[in-house]
Design a protein around this ligand. Structure first.
Ligand code: ZN
Length: 112
């Protein structure tokens, strides 16, 4: 390695064909014990309506060091509980990376 960045593969990420589904904004008042953040929880209304069981599990992944917050939402869209963990695993594949980039493309700044 000579220190230069070499890009060996171009990744084409298809743009979404239709606008993202409406997002329901829920206010989570719980302060997470790991980082002390209070989040505005944004849940896709269609995903919430189509859930197989409740409470619906919603994940927030963020921070340095990276960690996750798990939020439990009932069928009416109320936050029923939450927990946090520094123990996470992110699959190291191009498919996962492309999905992450697609998610960021479909969600505007400050949406997360
Ligand atoms: Zn946090």
């Amino acid at each position: 390695m000579d220190g230069r960045l070499t890009i060996t593969e171009a990744i084409t990420i298809p743009m979404p064909a239709r606008p993202a589904a409406p997002v329901q904004t829920l206010r989570l008042q719980t302060t997470f014990e790991i980082c002390g953040h209070v989040f505005t929880v944004k849940v896709n209304t269609q995903e919430l309506a189509d859930a197989k069981r409740y409470p619906f599990t919603h994940l927030i992944l963020h921070g340095n060091p990276i960690h996750c917050h798990v939020v439990y939402v009932d069928k009416q869209g109320a936050v029923r509980g939450s927990e946090s963990s520094k123990s996470i695993q992110i699959d190291r594949t191009s498919a996962t990376f492309q999905e992450l980039v697609k998610w960021w493309t479909m969600h505007v700044e400050g949406d997360a």
